[in-house]
Design a protein around this ligand. Structure first.
Ligand code: PMP
Length: 378
């Protein structure tokens, strides 16, 4: 049987990885500034992570949500403490799309309404209810057939106008849009949005699947705007490669048996991975590191010509160039053996492991300098 061919592949076969480095089958080393799409938070093959999962595997790797699973409670407590959301509850699932689906569902149950407001350029996952924007080929919203979706710009009046119709359950936003090209609403806009949602009994969902879990230099990226969201969705960096997702749920929401559910969500192994991630984030002060390294990258990048804008927070960085970056991205990989991501045609996206050091950044900066000089000098 062949694989269903839906992913364009880079010509690399990683067979081994450690911290920020990958090796292919020929022993060639690569610097990973992409972390498998923001997934590798504590670095590849961290010893504590390997140990935690191995121990769990030797005890019990899976049993269903019909029994007590103490490691779920351990995870929820650690997450509450580290994120500052102690008073929220946690629903565990398996991916970002699933987390957002459950959040949308909860918002509808809670408000009795069925419209979701999302933002142009957003990406919230791919499921059967996904909505494609006409002016943007990306598939962006995982809401089910029962939800109506309105897309807006960061325009508070447009949002108020839609809410005035009385059918809006939730507004969902990415505190930093990832797939959309590292785009941030202003803190003032987010604060106004919070107020409008509260005044109108509309649920505010922060999709922290890509920008959360320490990447922005705070545990959650929306915390830079000094607000609290009602529902917060997480995945990617949460398991450092082990599939796990979740929804942090405000105390306003009441749980009842059967309201939400999943077979694999919160399984022993995934929770062991997620607990190990939080342990390492705390022990190695990775959130502070993400912030410091982000500032360092910003300063280093400022010296380059041909860059239109540098966006992002902490170690979630978009570098918008004056030219399409496809060749630059390929050259960084093939000539300099550095993995970076992209968004749209002109943006290089950096989503390194949060363990990244200045030494690795310098390697990237020097490679970028070489390539930009080649472009300038022809
Ligand atoms: N939300 C955001 C902000 C994302 O970036 C993604 C994945 N790129 C998703 C949701 C969907 O996550 P998953 O692929 O785990 O379903």
């Amino acid at each position: 049987m062949k694989l269903f061919n839906v992913y364009p592949l880079m010509n690399v076969t990683p067979v081994k990885a450690k911290d920020c480095i990958l090796w292919d089958e020929n022993g060639q080393e690569y610097l990973d500034l992409y972390g498998g799409h923001a997934v590798i938070s504590i670095g590849h093959a961290h010893p504590h992570y390997v140990q935690k999962i191995t121990e769990q595997l030797n005890n019990i790797s899976f049993y269903s949500n019909s029994v007590h699973i103490p490691i779920q409670t351990e995870l929820a407590e650690k997450l509450g403490k580290l994120s500052g959301y102690d008073d929220y509850t946690l629903f565990l699932c398996n991916s970002g799309a699933e987390a957002n689906e459950n959040a949308a569902k909860l918002a509808s149950f809670h408000t009795g309404k069925d419209r979701i407001i999302a933002f142009n350029g957003a990406f919230h996952g791919r499921t059967s209810g996904s909505v494609a924007l006409t002016d943007n080929p990306k598939i962006v919203a995982p809401f089910n057939a029962h939800h109506k979706v309105s897309f807006v710009d960061y325009d508070i009046d447009a949002i108020k106008e839609i809410i005035a119709h009385g059918d809006v359950a939730a507004v969902i936003y990415e505190p930093i849009q990832g797939v959309g090209g590292i785009v941030l609403p202003s803190d003032k806009f987010v604060q106004e949005l919070r107020t409008v949602c509260t005044e109108n009994d509309v649920v505010l969902i922060a999709d922290e699947v890509q920008c959360g879990y320490g990447r922005s230099g705070k545990f959650f990226a929306h915390q830079h705007s000094n607000i609290k969201a009602d529902l917060i969705t997480i995945a990617k960096g949460m398991g450092n490669g082990f599939p796990i997702g979740g929804v942090l749920i405000s105390p306003e929401f009441e749980a009842s048996y059967g309201l939400l559910g999943t077979t694999f969500g919160g399984n022993h192994l995934a929770c062991a991975a997620a607990v190990a991630v939080l342990d390492v984030m705390e022990q190695e002060s990775l959130i502070d590191n993400a912030k410091e390294i982000g500032e360092y990258i910003g300063i280093q990048l400022n010296k380059f010509p041909k860059i239109r804008e540098i966006r992002g927070r902490g170690s979630m960085i978009g570098i918008e160039f004056e030219f399409p970056i496809a060749t630059l991205k390929n050259n960084l990989l093939e000539k300099h053996h550095i993995f970076v991501g992209y968004a749209g045609t002109n943006v290089i996206r950096l989503l390194p492991p949060l363990t990244i050091t200045k030494q690795y950044v310098d390697k990237f900066i020097s490679a970028l300098e070489t390539e930009i000089n080649i472009i300038i000098n022809g």
